[in-house]
Design a protein around this ligand. Structure first.
Ligand code: NAD
Length: 360
């Protein structure tokens, strides 16, 4: 039976990346009933909204989507489509595998980690008070009366909430991923030695969740130490679960360790829906040039296939992508030793090479 999947081309280089990814997904032989829907600046220009209701309804109906990047204008215009999506669908778990494929230039060829980032709380909850605002002043006074805490005058204040509910479900999601994908260990990262009541709570909850998953090893690391160890002994790490802010930063560290943004896939998973997309943005300066690397979105497609329990197809597609990269001939400019290499192929030809590899 065909899988009903919402497919969102996005804007900038999104449509070309999505088209290349759609073709390789179809070439696995898995049947899809695509429901194409708009999001981003192109539909904003036509309809005055970057995220029409019909797009949201489609994702809710299908429960699964794959999305090209969407531009967020700086300073004016509309809010990030991705933030809207995560909020509307409560996509609380961001899963970002970072695997260094053979043939990619990296100082960390042993890297094969999966970052599981909490998506809804922490300093990103958006509870902020502007310097010198009446609210910031009230809060400063309140805290001083409450327990003598002295916040300096003219401070901007951001609140860092971390809940039992939020921590429990993100750590569960990390263990679920580990069990479903044959991973041996989950590491929880935190700064519980300093932030005892937020990160400390995260750690305490993580330990409790770990007890319910005795077949997967569990350990914890202080976030600064984790960063140090990731770049000195990456092979010792497997699945890493983190609160929102640390997860954001370590995701980019991971993308750098595996050879760049063009290679870093992602999935945002919630209880009602899952949305798969690359870590990178819309790279607008390359729009319409058939130039950028579709690997990150294709690997997001691999994650989607696994989510749909199409494991054999997922392994086959991942293997074909890895093989094209290993051979290093029909790859995009960013995977060539020299970025001006005239033998680099375009987005679409990279997809052709992956499809050819799968047919062998
Ligand atoms: P970007 O990721 O779009 O591009 C940064 C640079 O990385 C590019 O100039 C390019 O050199 C390189 N790059 C990115 N993707 C690549 C690929 N597939 N192949 C080869 N090289 C690639 O980041 P940016 O310029 O900061 O953001 C552009 C827009 O994208 C912004 O509006 C931003 O808000 C948005 N954005 C969207 C998403 C999303 O939709 N998920 C994520 C991040 C940023």
């Amino acid at each position: 039976m065909a899988h009903n999947v919402t497919i969102i081309p996005g804007d900038g280089t999104g449509p070309e990346l999505v088209e290349a990814t759609r073709r390789v997904l179809e070439a696995t032989g898995v049947q899809f009933d695509w429901d194409e829907q708009p999001a981003g600046e192109d539909v904003y220009a036509e309809e005055g909204t970057p995220f029409p209701d019909r797009t949201l309804e489609s994702i809710k109906r299908n429960g699964v989507g794959i999305k090209g990047p969407t531009t967020t204008p700086v300073g004016s215009g509309f809010r990030s489509v991705n933030v809207l999506l995560r909020k509307e669908l409560d996509l609380y778990s961001c899963i970002r595998p970072c695997k260094a494929y053979e043939g990619v230039r990296t100082r960390f060829p042993e890297t094969d980690i999966v970052i599981v980032r909490e998506n809804t709380e922490d300093l990103y909850a958006g509870i902020e008070f502007e310097k010198d605002s009446a609210q910031a002043e009230d809060l400063r006074r309140f805290l001083e009366e409450l327990d003598g805490s002295a916040i300096r005058a003219h401070s901007g204040i951001s609140i860092k909430p971390i809940s039992v509910f939020g921590s429990e479900r993100i750590v569960e999601s990390a263990f679920d991923y580990a069990e479903a994908n044959g991973r041996r260990k989950v590491t929880a990262a935190h700064k519980a030695n300093i932030m005892k009541f937020s990160d400390g709570l995260f750690l305490e909850v993580a330990r409790g969740v770990a007890e319910r998953h005795p077949d997967v090893e569990f350990e914890d690391r202080i976030i600064d130490n984790l960063c140090n160890q990731l770049v000195s002994r990456p092979e010792e790490y497997d699945v890493i679960v983190l609160p929102n802010l640390y997860g954001d930063i370590v995701s980019d560290l991971g993308a750098g360790m595996i050879g760049g943004l063009g290679l870093a896939p992602g999935g945002n998973i919630g209880t009602e829906a899952a949305m798969f997309e690359a870590t990178h943005g819309s790279a607008p300066k390359y729009k319409g040039q058939n130039k950028v690397n579709p690997t990150a979105l294709m690997l997001s497609g691999v994650l989607m296939l696994r989510h749909l329990d199409e494991r054999e197809a997922a392994d086959r597609l991942e293997g074909a992508i890895a093989e094209v990269i290993r051979k290093g001939e029909k790859v995009t400019y960013d995977l060539k030793p020299n970025r001006d290499d005239p033998t680099a192929v375009g987005t679409s030809e990279f997809a052709d090479a992956v499809i050819e590899e799968m047919s062998q």
